[in-house]
Design a protein around this ligand. Structure first.
Ligand SMILES: *Cc1c(COP(=O)(O)O)cnc(C)c1O
Length: 383
């Protein structure tokens, strides 16, 4: 490990709103645990801001994915189609259900799951029996499709929905970093049967840790909530299945309530940061920027550069770290991770082509103009 003091960090939260006030209210009223007004309020606000009719909050994005998949009927020895280019939590949540991921490559235009490839894979490698879809090689049932809104960019959900409708598959969206994004001009909270957000510390809004599941299907959201809250029935100690304790605490929700009040402001700042880097770095030879699409407006959770073959991302990061600027490579594909070396997967042409070339730049919403200038200067000097 290198020991350097980092002055400009990659993604730190801005907690300068009502966070402290709301946390003090929790302490003053002793409502610090899983019951409390902030939990209810945050649950409502997340659904409202995402444009969904229903929502429930949980202890993390990963747990949210696990609960959303479970509520959509994913179980043991089944398969869930997910993109290969994602954070490992997407795949882990599938395995937490007892299922296994089937990895689909992304499309180059958006870095999100390629709908055409998904359709081709299913047409070639699956068969239908008794209204269900099975994988030819393993005989496993295909239980759901879960695209990821990469760095806050929605997948092309109309086209993915066409495929899942054709095969009667549930559709869950891993929108972990995408609250505030738009798809064809509208909100993203009801494009899938269930949509999951993360409020981890490096996301656009944070609870310290936390997640939410939103959607327009009351049955699915209520079921997710039921399983995430020990599957309790009524007010006494009655439980109708093996549930989980994935509840969010009032402390987390208090921070979340303060953060979500500033969502629009944060999204504007994220766009500003992304535009700023593009504007000031565009002349550098051998670099490109992250994709933009005609269907989606990303929240630009992360912004950065795609470096050409002549450069090594790790080396560039190290040289920027010497200048006290924290930057990072991005996700290493799921099929290169030890637990997932042998899972079913499509060709990986696009993932293979891009993943080693991505450099993420500082994107905290509290970045000052001066800090942005120093990042740009340092990057220009090194590249
Ligand atoms: C952050 C993230 C997650 C996990 O969320 P946690 O709250 O950290 O569990 C899952 N998927 C994607 C795409 C993410 O970016």
């Amino acid at each position: 490990m290198r020991e350097v003091s980092i002055l400009i960090e990659l993604a730190v939260p801005d907690l300068s709103g009502n966070e402290r006030k709301y946390l003090n209210e929790c302490i003053d009223t002793t409502f610090v645990s899983t019951v409390g007004e902030f939990v209810k309020r945050f649950e409502k606000e997340v659904a409202r801001k995402a444009g969904a009719a229903y929502g429930t909050v949980v202890s993390s994005g990963t747990d949210g994915l696990h609960m959303a998949l479970t509520a959509c009927g994913v179980g043991r020895n089944e398969l869930v189609c997910i993109p290969a280019f994602t954070f490992i939590a997407t795949a882990n949540a599938v395995v937490h259900c007892g299922a296994e991921p089937w990895l689909i490559d992304i499309d180059e235009k958006s870095w999100t799951m390629d709908p055409e490839l998904l359709e081709r894979e299913l047409a070639e490698k699956a068969y239908e029996k008794d209204g269900k879809l099975f994988h030819r090689g393993s005989g496993k049932r295909i239980a759901a499709v879960m695209p990821v809104y990469t760095m806050g960019m929605p997948a092309d959900m109309d086209r993915i929905r066409d495929v899942t409708d054709k095969y009667h598959l549930p559709l869950v969206a891993d929108a972990a970093a995408a609250i505030g994004a738009k798809y064809k001009g509208r909100n993203i909270g009801n494009l899938a049967d269930a949509t999951v957000f993360s409020f981890n510390g490096n996301k656009t809004i944070t609870c310290g840790g936390g997640g939410a599941i939103v959607g327009d299907n009351e049955r699915i959201i209520e079921r997710a909530k039921h399983i995430a809250t020990t599957a309790r029935v009524g007010q006494d100690y009655d439980h109708d299945m093996v549930g989980y304790n994935y509840r969010m605490t009032n402390l987390q929700a208090a921070v979340g309530c303060a953060q979500i009040e500033r969502l629009e402001e944060f999204v504007i700042k994220k766009h500003y940061i992304s535009d700023y880097y593009k504007e000031h770095l565009k002349g550098i030879p051998g670099i490109a920027f992250f994709p933009e699409t005609d269907w989606g407006e990303s929240v630009c959770w992360f912004t950065g550069l795609v470096l050409d073959d002549t450069r090594n991302v790790r080396e560039v990061c190290d040289r920027l770290a010497d200048k006290e600027i924290q930057t990072k490579p991005f996700w290493k594909p799921v099929y290169m991770q030890k637990p997932y070396l042998h899972v079913e997967k499509s060709d990986m042409d696009v993932t293979e082509k891009i993943w080693r070339h991505i450099l993420t730049l500082p994107v905290s919403t509290c970045l000052t103009e001066k800090q942005l200038e120093s990042v740009v200067m340092a990057v220009k000097e090194i590249l």
